[in-house]
Ligand binder design. Structure first.
Ligand code: AVJ
Length: 374
């Protein structure tokens, strides 16, 4: 079933995998072969788990101390949180996923054409279930392009599923990397440059995940990505656009209460992983559009005065009635801001694809050669 080209790739990937194991033995223990040619780079489970717990504990103890409590948004995305987020994407009020998918469906031939190489490496940051990405990958397949797909996500349960299903459904090569964004993209790059397969890259950052970052952090993040890009590489980012606040408020307060469960899951995670004693019923989900800062803010609000013990930290945390934990931001952009962010990151906005109602924008960037000289 495999043609010669594909077999050659497979051979190379296996070699890459072994090299990765040898050169990076501390991080990567083994690379599992799945269903023929899908691969998941695996972390050393227990050590990583313990280290993650320490980081989580530290962030919780800092974040819940004093007034203006907050927790880093990435902790929302454990395996339960990631599953709930998949559910959020299906809620009627949550327009971003559907809208972005429709833009991809409409413009994927154009996007594919912009990448004039026959063979490309597709790197995706925060790939989740890769549902939308499939639209693009199918287009590449229809145009007889060869693809190695590198999904990067912090939820490795979902990565495993994705690697298997994409490999069997589309017959493409998958190298899944369970990691945070910047570590993951560096690892993918290392594999690509070492193996010298498909040096032309398409980097994807979909779903308006960029909205999680403060605008300044977003620019720094794009500069980091730009560092990994070479001439001819393309970066495709999904931006959610500024719009009527009623629509925004509704999207983060779905009637089925899934977003609320997603938010409250963070307290359950603290209970599970750090032996916390949060009573979930004594907190409520709130999300609202902050028009001045152009961001959705998601918080957990304490319904009463309470002291909560977290055993892992052997500490009590005080909450006044009405006090909140700020758990996530979701910045909304306009075209000017997208152009500005490109300028500040050494990127050129080459193209943009939008739905008719201008709810969502897929922005396509290339690197600006002149940037370093400035
Ligand atoms: C994953 C960051 C794109 O901001 O819309 C959705 C997260 N939080 N509902 C978003 C989210 C609550 C989502 N992103």
């Amino acid at each position: 079933m495999l043609d010669l080209g594909a077999r050659r790739i497979e051979g190379r990937i296996n070699r890459v995998a072994t090299e990765t194991v040898q050169t990076n033995a501390r991080v990567v223990r083994n690379v599992k072969r799945r269903e023929g040619h899908g691969l998941v780079v695996q972390n050393r489970k227990q050590e990583v788990t313990r280290e993650l717990a320490r980081h989580f504990a530290f962030d919780v103890s800092v974040g819940l101390r004093g007034k203006r409590k907050s927790l880093p948004f990435r902790y929302l995305y454990d395996s339960a949180g990631s599953k709930l987020f998949e559910q959020i994407c299906l809620q009627p009020e949550y327009y971003p996923t559907r809208t972005e998918a429709s833009i991809l469906a409409k413009f994927s031939p154009m996007i594919a054409q912009l990448l004039n190489n026959r063979a490309i490496s597709v790197i995706e940051l925060g790939s989740g279930k890769s549902t939308k990405t499939k639209i693009l990958l199918e287009q590449f397949k229809a145009m007889a392009k060869e693809v190695v797909y590198f999904p990067i996500d912090i939820s490795d349960a979902i990565l495993h599923e994705t690697a298997v299903s994409l490999t069997t459904e589309l017959g493409i090569n998958v190298i899944a990397i369970p990691a945070e964004y910047s570590k993951g993209i560096k690892k993918a790059n290392k594999i690509i440059s070492k193996s010298r397969i498909f040096p032309r890259k398409l980097i994807l950052f979909l779903g308006s995940s960029i909205g999680n970052f403060e605008p300044r952090e977003a620019a720094a993040f794009l500069r980091m990505i730009r560092e990994t890009m070479k001439e001819g590489d393309v970066l495709l980012i999904g931006f959610d656009l500024h719009k009527d606040r009623r629509m925004l408020d509704a999207a983060y307060n779905d009637k089925n209460g899934i977003t609320a469960r997603f938010n409250l899951n963070l307290l359950e995670r603290i209970n599970m992983e750090l032996q916390g004693q949060f009573d979930i019923d004594k907190f409520a989900h709130i999300a609202f559009y902050n028009e001045k800062l152009r961001r959705i803010e998601m918080h957990l609000v304490s319904k009463e005065d309470q002291n909560i013990y977290i055993a892992y930290l052997d500490k009590f945390f005080h909450f006044e009635r009405g006090e909140t934990i700020h758990t996530e931001n979701s910045y909304k952009y306009d075209m000017h801001q997208i152009k500005d962010i490109a300028k500040g990151s050494g990127l050129i906005l080459k193209d943009r694809f939008m739905d008719e109602k201008k709810w969502f924008c897929l922005a396509l960037f290339i690197q600006d050669d002149c940037y370093q000289k400035r």
